[in-house]
Design a protein. Structure first.
Length: 204
């Protein structure tokens, strides 16, 4: 079948390393913040409560001005998606989802949302809880035998300040930049390009 090949990049962390080495490769700031969140009493829950996640994620996406999600989009993933929450005093502070492939032992960070736009909460605390949620699950996936944690993309050669900030954030967890080869059918590739040009909205 004729198609289009695109080269993209992502950041991958080798989960087959010793846990001490994984933690040691985190930036000092990351280690301090996840320790602080744990000491403050942030609790991690993995319960796949789809309605709770969709409501929380869409509230965050609306404030950020980005794509929302839907219960149908999540149900499409079946058992290949895991949802996890960081809670403080029984209130959700951050939520994340992960796409998993149990056969080849790869997990990919998929969606994230948090309360950083909530004026009633300390933004530093929200950031700490969000990082703690990521690290808690990353180590949990390691314990379950997963081999690679994919941070979900890297914007190579970008000058966009926002994307540069996301790149630098992901690299603080000790992962390595990897090249990816993506293949698209021609009709899908054209629709994908048109969507970027015209700013078509959708769900994730």
């Amino acid at each position: 079948m004729l198609g289009i090949k695109e080269i993209t990049h992502t950041i991958e962390l080798d989960l087959e390393q010793d846990k001490e080495k994984i933690l040691g490769n985190f930036s000092k700031t990351i280690r301090q913040q996840i320790r602080k969140a744990e000491e403050e009493g942030v609790v991690i829950e993995t319960n796949n409560n789809i309605d709770e996640f969709v409501n929380f994620f869409n509230e965050f996406a609306a404030k950020k001005g980005t794509f929302q999600t839907s219960k149908e989009r999540i149900l499409e993933k079946k058992d290949h998606m895991i949802i996890s929450f960081a809670k403080y005093q029984n209130n959700i502070i951050a939520a994340q989802s992960y796409l998993i492939d149990r056969e080849i032992k790869i997990v990919r960070h998929y969606q994230t949302a948090n309360k950083r736009f909530d004026n009633d909460l300390n933004k530093n605390f929200v950031g700490q809880a969000n990082k703690y949620l990521l690290v808690y699950n990353l180590l949990k996936f390691k314990d379950e035998g997963f081999k690679i944690f994919d941070f979900g993309g890297y914007a190579a050669d970008t000058t966009n300040e926002s994307l540069l900030g996301i790149n630098n954030y992901k690299l603080k967890f000790g992962g390595q930049i990897k090249e990816c080869k993506d293949y698209y059918s021609l009709p899908y590739w054209l629709i994908k390009k048109a969507g970027k040009i015209f700013g078509w909205s959708g769900t994730v």
